[in-house]
Design a protein around this ligand. Structure first.
Ligand SMILES: [Zn+2]
Length: 288
């Protein structure tokens, strides 16, 4: 990569107008963060410098996400003047390493912060690929991970993760270095980001990331973890807290508001109306 990559759409960086505006991707349009990356050296090239490969979707200035091919897991990326935040880390160390390389290519900097939205293997198993980052999780997440290393490995294999890769990831499992009690504001440098435990639901330790717009015209982006799923019904295992889930989605809606872009743990970006419908469906599913 000859040209120096620059932060994705960070306000201090000259950017192109996103070709696809704020479309929700439901119609299968190609995700297009790449269109928003530009440098002086590449301004006249057809392929901008720092192109991270396909799959990244820009959601707002300095905010992007990728849907991983394996299990359609969402990975979030938020860029500030001083820091780069990655939200969730994928199912294997290999996926984590790819994400690190792509994040560095997109932003020109190392990932400084990692948020784990909850303790399922497809969100936490890549975390060891970010040894220099501060790792945030809801305060009970560390205890849970410590006790479930082998259960996570088995779950990963059951869901099609290569057994050797699952074993390596379980062995290298990273516990959060920064437990979050109920909420915490991270300052990425002119870019405050709020980490919130809005209540239980998909697990007892769900943590969401609320990213206010960097400009007045930018939407708030809310990374919901698996409290919200779009590509299928929300997965509820033995560790789910169904009775609390609908109220937790109400708390999430109160945080993001009517105009936020809500990013599910799996699936296309959705709006407040979708969240209300999912809340109602969950309430009905778990009634009785
Ligand atoms: Zn999950």
């Amino acid at each position: 990569m000859g040209a120096r990559p620059l932060p994705i759409g960070y306000p201090s960086v000259r950017t192109r107008t996103p070709r696809y505006g704020h479309g929700d991707g439901r119609d299968g349009r190609r995700a297009d963060t790449v269109a928003c990356v530009e440098s002086a050296e590449s301004a006249h090239d057809t392929e901008p410098a720092g192109a991270p490969g396909p799959g990244w979707e820009q959601l707002a200035h300095g905010v992007a996400r990728r849907r991983l091919p394996h299990l359609d897991v969402t990975i979030g990326l938020v860029v500030g003047a001083d820091g780069v935040l990655l939200i969730d880390t994928g199912s294997t160390l290999r996926e984590g390493a790819e994400l690190r390389a792509q994040a560095e290519s997109l932003t020109g900097r190392e990932v400084t912060h990692v948020v784990l939205t909850h303790g399922h293997f497809d969100h936490v198993f890549g975390a060891a690929a970010f040894p220099g980052a501060a790792v945030y999780g809801e305060r009970s997440l560390g205890e849970r991970l410590r006790g479930e290393r082998d259960a996570l490995r088995a779950d990963a294999v059951r869901h099609g993760t290569d057994p050797a890769e699952a074993a390596r990831a379980a062995e290298a499992l990273v516990l959060p270095s920064h437990p979050v009690r109920s909420e915490l504001t991270l300052d990425l440098g002119g870019r405050p980001v709020l980490l919130v435990h809005p209540g239980a639901g998909h697990t007892a330790h769900d943590l969401v990331v609320v990213v206010p717009g960097a400009t007045a015209s930018d939407p708030t982006v809310v990374f919901c973890g698996d409290l919200v799923e779009e590509s299928g019904d929300p997965q509820a295992g033995d560790d789910a807290v169904p009775a609390a889930w609908p109220a937790t989605l109400d708390a999430l809606l109160a945080r993001g508001g009517e105009t936020a872009r809500y990013v599910p743990g799996h699936g296309a970006v959705v709006d407040a109306r979708f969240l209300r419908a999912q809340r109602d469906a969950l309430a009905e599913r778990f009634a009785s």
